[in-house]
Design a protein around this ligand. Structure first.
Ligand code: PLP
Length: 453
């Protein structure tokens, strides 16, 4: 297996050879970053926020370099996108070759090889050995929208069940599927109809076994929706924005079994969990489930925008010709990047690397938890690990502490992201190309930020 350092530097193809170090030469933001932030405030819609006040100019391995020469440790991967590392040399080479060949024909007008090859690869590497087909799109939300279209067309039914704490995107249908009002939904309604919400399994807070939580969800679905009306159940196997909530054992398999017995399409939204992130190629494998449809995006193409729905051939084929697609969906440059990225996921030790990172992250965070009762829970799989912060006296979520720790970490050159319905979770999503040393240093900074908060 190649080490993280090899991924970054030992390649004949060029690509990022940035020094793998945390380096602060100004305060964050430095003057050049501040200049960009001022221009952003003037030119970019206020609704488009940012986590780190930096003006990025280069990124690779485990760092993001800003315009002032600061080098920040990246523990977010642009929200689980640059899983194989930023500007991975194989992705750069594939993109350069494709962009010089042709940039667009529209797959619905003149099809090309790379789209079909990505579909073949997804059909092969997603869980289950049944016949599968795929369709490609531009964004995660668009993939989710299309999975719902496909499930409705296949079943002839309309209702869709999503879950507490779920996140599925920012378009109208996916806002309806998303649980959290602020910042995703507030003021943006009315939302799509025929969407219902069921309780999740959240072991740290509900104290239920997987079987008990599934029984509760299924009972609600049967009574409030009815299987005869239900086209699909959509769930993130491990929730992303909702707080990296890992359902109790047995919860997901019970939902899958119920769906199968009731002609309901089970959709796994693996947009954040997919592509080696959890130490398996897909998180469904962590729980031993085989979804009917699976949505992917984020990590799929090494940073280029691409998304997909992959699933049972008879479901994917239910739509009439012309019913699915889009001008840019499966753009050839994005497809070339995806083929390079999938090659890296399959052949360059990415699953093993995600598991190594899990050992480091969980070890360090559990140490913190043992020493500090404000760390209520540490959970996750692979390079998708979170710490939930609480008031030790009451167990209530502590969003203020979480925000303070994240802010102080970023000011010290470590980019961390928060999440959770209650805003009290720090999620660790490092690129798999980060070195162990850099990961430890990032965690040192977070630990110091916690101690000082
Ligand atoms: C990010 C995300 C989406 C939306 O993807 P976009 O590319 O931002 O539209 C949907 N579902 C999950 C689980 C996500 O993490």
């Amino acid at each position: 297996m190649s080490s993280a350092a090899d991924i970054v530097t030992e390649t004949p193809l060029g690509g990022p050879t940035l020094p793998q170090e945390r380096r602060l030469v100004t305060s964050i933001p430095g003057p050049r970053s501040q200049e960009l932030l001022d221009r952003k405030a003037d030119a970019v819609a206020a609704g488009v926020g940012h986590t780190a006040p930096v003006h990025a100019v280069a990124a690779g391995g485990g760092v993001i370099v800003d315009a002032d020469g600061n080098s920040l440790i990246d523990l977010g991967s642009g929200i689980a996108v640059t899983t194989i590392g930023n500007a991975h040399p194989k992705v750069v080479a594939a993109v350069q070759a494709q962009v010089a060949q042709f940039t667009h024909t529209c797959f619905m007008i003149a099809p090309y090889d790379s789209y079909v090859s990505v579909a073949e690869a997804l059909n092969r590497i997603t869980p289950g050995d049944h016949a599968k087909k795929s369709a490609l799109f531009n964004s995660g939300a668009e993939a989710v929208e299309n999975a719902v279209k496909i499930a409705r067309k296949y079943t002839g039914k309309q209702a869709v069940v999503a879950f507490d704490h779920g996140y599925h995107g920012r378009t109208n249908l996916t806002m309806a599927l998303t649980a959290k009002a602020m910042p995703y939904k507030s003021g943006f309604g009315p939302f799509a109809s025929e969407i219902y919400r069921a309780p999740l399994s959240y072991p740290y807070r509900d104290g239920l076994t997987g079987a008990e939580a599934a029984k509760k969800a299924i009972s609600l679905i049967e009574k409030q929706v009815g299987a005869d009306n239900l086209a699909a159940v959509i769930i993130e196997p491990i929730q992303g924005e909702g707080g990296f909530i890992v359902p109790a054992d047995g919860y997901l398999p019970a939902l899958v079994d119920w769906c199968r017995a009731n002609d309901v399409v089970f959709i796994a939204d693996e947009i954040q969990t997919g592509f080696a992130r959890t130490g398996e190629m897909f998180a469904s494998e962590v729980f031993g489930i085989v979804p009917d449809l699976i949505t992917t995006a984020k990590g799929i193409a090494g940073g280029l925008p691409l998304a997909a729905v992959t699933g049972r051939a008879e479901m994917m084929d239910a739509s009439h010709a012309g019913g699915l697609g889009g001008t840019y969906g499966g753009n050839p440059v994005a497809c070339a990047a995806a083929l390079a990225a999938i090659d890296v996921f399959e052949n360059d030790g990415m699953l093993e690397r995600a598991r190594e990172i899990e050992t480091i992250l969980k070890g360090r965070l559990q140490q913190l938890q043992a020493a500090d009762p404000r760390v209520g829970d540490v959970r996750g799989h692979g390079a998708m690990i979170a710490a939930e912060f609480v008031d030790p006296a009451t167990g209530e979520p502590d969003a203020a502490l979480t925000a303070a720790v994240a802010k102080a970490s970023i000011a010290q050159g470590v980019i961390v992201l928060t999440c959770g319905t209650y805003g009290n979770v720090i999620r660790f999503l490092p690129p798999l190309s980060i070195t162990d040393d850099l990961l430890h240093e990032g965690l040192d900074v977070v630990a110091a930020a916690l101690a000082a908060s």
